[in-house]
Design a protein around this ligand. Structure first.
Ligand SMILES: *[C@@H]1O[C@H](CO)[C@@H](O)[C@H](O)[C@H]1NC(C)=O
Length: 475
């Protein structure tokens, strides 16, 4: 604040974004900010200084980061320091519990956010708040500001949201006469979330009363059936499924990424590989593996004799920029990188995932199945080899492999307590290349990707939904 942004004419509508400070969530609301600002609506993005910085430096696919600060006004709200423990590679469950203090600390954003809302409300016709579904408590003051309204943004799949709502209803087989089709034996939530996180979610419920509608980062082309079913749950709220909207132009599988500026070395390596020959391996920003698991995965990948790019990183910390803390460097077997260098690349820094996935050399994505990763992969038509770790990932695996049939299970969630061996990894990875089934899946993934990209175009379903949302908030 205190910036010299020009004063906007009264009578205007402004949007205020309130993200949950975890990468997969920050990323989505930042993309939505850009989309909304392209309609000439001023967008204000709120967060702690570190989380805003994280969102900005990690954005990929946009040509210039400076675009970002021209279009979006960032509000850095300082809160007292919070605990920032490193992730525990040996924790019994893979949920990133070390992030909980940073989530809880965000409740302290309530006052600065409220002050911003009041100020904007006094200057404009309507203040529209878009907040992560886990940040409802932060925006509770919307209830006392007449010309403001709030919308809940859901960063997970419509399929998993539907299950969260449908299961407590007793799983009715039909809704308004429409059959509910859910595959058998969908895994329960056991070991997906720790109790502290469930408490954090529950603490948001009472503030949902200020909600004027729901926005899903979901595409009708991918999950149309479940988006329709969500609409039948009858809360009389408006729903918009505004879909992937990937920032880079990825309409063609092309050589290299589109970005100007410094290009990641792994993309140069990919340029030299044959089409559909490389497996991209990454477990996202919330998974930490212990030494044994890393070793088995390393050996399995090596023995599979397949080409790969492996992003080997620990989960993010609650604050990426905390001073004086060493990030663990996971150990690989001795001489490993040298041994595999003709076939594999290990990346330890921030990888340009969307560009890797869009590269024509990339054949498969071995993934933890976080929703961002699933959507990016589906959008570019790359099939997913699923190895779910926690949260919504086991259920996303069901969606990918049994509903959409654009993926294969590499590591069955039901067997999560059994040790992983290198031969399991090797066999699983080998299965991806060659066999008839894998080929069929890859073909289907390609077709779905084409359909999704079409829906992202000018008259596509996603664009129509977004325009409808914009029309609604500017009414
Ligand atoms: C939805 O998620 C995808 C995958 O991360 C992202 O590329 C896209 O920009 C998101 N869409 C919106 C509207 O936030």
């Amino acid at each position: 604040m205190g910036s010299n942004h020009q004063n906007h004419a009264p009578n205007e509508v402004v949007v205020v974004m309130v993200p949950l400070p975890a990468q997969g969530h920050l990323n989505q609301l930042l993309h939505l900010s850009r989309l909304i600002s392209s309609y000439n609506i001023p967008v204000h993005f709120t967060g702690t200084p570190s989380h805003n910085r994280q969102a900005k430096i990690r954005v990929h696919g946009w040509d210039q980061t400076s675009d970002l600060t021209d279009m979006i006004q960032f509000h850095d709200f300082t809160i007292p320091p919070f605990l920032c423990p490193p992730p525990d590679p040996n924790a019994p469950h893979k949920f990133p519990s070390h992030l909980l203090p940073s989530f809880e600390a965000t409740t302290l954003l309530r006052n600065p956010v409220a002050a911003l809302l009041r100020k904007l409300a006094s200057e404009t016709r309507r203040v529209v708040v878009i907040h992560d579904s886990l940040m409802a408590s932060v925006i509770q003051d919307v209830g006392s500001i007449v010309n403001s309204e709030s919308y809940t943004f859901h960063t997970v799949s419509a399929f998993t949201i539907f299950l969260y709502l449908w299961e407590p209803m007793g799983k009715p087989p039909q809704l308004e006469g429409v059959d509910v089709k859910i595959p058998d034996n969908v895994p329960g939530l056991e070991d997906c979330f720790p109790d502290e996180f469930l408490d954090f979610i529950a603490a948001q419920y009472e503030y949902m009363k200020y909600n004027s509608g729901n926005i899903y980062n979901a595409s009708k082309t991918i999950e149309g059936e479940y988006i329709d079913l969500l609409n039948k749950l009858g809360d009389n709220k408006k729903h918009w499924a505004i879909g992937p909207f990937n920032p880079v132009s990825i309409s063609e599988k092309k050589e290299g990424g589109s970005n100007s500026g410094t290009r990641h070395v792994c993309l140069d390596w990919l340029d030299k590989q044959e089409a559909n020959s490389v497996i991209y391996v990454s477990f996202g920003t919330t998974t930490t593996m212990n030494e044994e698991l890393i070793k088995e995965l390393a050996i399995g990948l090596e023995q599979s004799n397949q080409k790969f790019i492996w992003v080997l990183r620990d989960a993010d910390r609650g604050d990426l920029f905390i001073e004086g803390e060493q990030v663990r460097k996971a150990e690989l077997p001795k001489g490993y990188e040298e041994r595999v260098k003709d076939r594999g690349v290990v990346v330890r820094d921030w990888a340009p995932q969307l560009e890797i996935l869009s590269h024509k050399a990339t054949a498969w994505f071995l993934s933890h199945c976080g929703w961002n990763s699933c959507m990016e992969s589906i959008t570019v038509g790359v099939p997913i080899a699923c190895w779910p770790m926690h949260s919504d990932q086991p259920r996303n695996t069901v969606l990918v492999t049994r509903v959409l049939k654009v993926g294969i299970v590499i590591r069955d969630w039901e067997r999560r307590d059994e040790p992983v061996t290198s031969s399991m990894v090797k066999d699983g990875v080998k299965k991806l290349m060659g066999s008839g089934e894998a080929y069929e899946i890859r073909k289907r993934a390609g077709e779905l990707g084409t359909a999704v990209r079409k829906s992202m175009g000018e008259d596509g379903a996603s664009r129509v939904e977004l325009s409808s949302f914009i029309a609604h908030i500017t009414r």
